[in-house]
Design a protein around this ligand. Structure first.
Ligand code: CMP
Length: 132
């Protein structure tokens, strides 16, 4: 079975109608999208999804932002998709993300960075259970 990762197109990008543009970058790279879900995080889901950050000072605003609007989750499949997806999305802070990456092109702030992606197989397993 091909490797899988999970992405979340965040509320800032959904509000600006960037979902198709963002998903197209993964398709153009040759990856396939096996599941797609449009939904709103509840606070409980968000706290579970981001539990690794629960002790960080920004945890409250992170939960508040991700629950602030509709998101689109996708499972992306292909060779080495976890690592390649991290390259496609770019650095966490859009100010540091290179042009050509999703966050470099569309992100407007550290919270409003347009997209989340699993950073490991372990994160994927945990995140997919919260979302799907
Ligand atoms: P994401 O990939 O969704 O994983 C956790 C998120 O926390 C990250 O993207 C950022 O949006 C956010 N984040 C990381 N560092 C900070 C910070 N210093 N202040 C506020 N938000 C942050």
């Amino acid at each position: 079975m091909a490797e899988q990762t999970l992405i979340i197109v965040k509320p800032d990008a959904v509000k600006r109608n960037l979902v198709e543009e963002i998903l197209s970058r993964f398709k153009k790279k040759g990856f396939s999208i096996s599941k797609l879900k449009t939904f709103n995080f509840t606070v409980e889901m968000a706290e579970q999804f981001y539990s690794v950050h629960s002790s960080k000072p920004f945890f409250g605003e992170l939960v508040s932002f991700i629950t602030s609007g509709t998101v689109v989750a996708a499972i992306i499949e292909g060779d080495n998709v976890i690592n390649v997806t991290r390259e496609i999305i770019g650095k966490t802070n859009p100010k540091e993300a290179s042009p050509g990456t999703i966050r470099g092109d569309f992100g407007t702030g550290i919270l409003e960075n347009s997209i989340h992606a699993s950073d490991s197989r372990e994160s994927f397993d945990k995140e997919v259970n919260v979302v799907f």
